[in-house]
Design a protein around this ligand. Structure first.
Ligand code: CO
Length: 136
């Protein structure tokens, strides 16, 4: 069950410049910064209402986000929906015929469990499922 939009992911070239816009000009509180080496990103999470904006600066041109930016430019990268049980949701969506990027959930920022669905089976929208860690 997809519950609410947890966050939108935005691919940026310069996370400090993006923070100047989202935190300082838009006024969204910055609640988390994390370098996720295995995903190749420097990430920042900001609060907006009950949801978040996730800024993603690639750690290099060969990372997934780095390739995304060189193909499509900076901008909207993915939409993430909160789920109660990411494993169960993945299994249900896989059996419904959706193509998965992650067959198994992996660890996202703030200790969440996340999995991505392939945009070829979601109308071109890179879609993430997020099961927050307890307390988030
Ligand atoms: Co995300």
């Amino acid at each position: 069950m997809l519950e609410v939009i947890d966050h939108v992911g935005v691919a940026v070239e310069d996370i400090e410049a993006a923070l100047a816009l989202y935190r300082d000009t838009f006024g969204m509180p910055l609640i988390h910064r994390e370098k996720v080496t295995e995903q190749g990103v420097d990430a920042a999470l900001l609060d907006v209402g009950a949801g978040h904006v996730e800024l993603l600066q690639p750690l290099g041109p060969e990372t997934a986000v780095g390739k995304f930016i060189s193909r499509r430019g900076t901008g909207l990268h993915h939409v993430a929906y909160r789920v109660g049980d990411v494993q169960q949701t993945l299994e249900r969506l896989a059996s419904a015929g959706l193509r998965l990027i992650d067959e198994q959930p992996r660890i996202g920022i703030r200790g969440s469990r996340v999995a991505f669905l392939h945009p070829t089976s979601t109308g071109g929208v890179l879609t993430e499922l997020v099961q927050p860690a307890n307390g988030h």
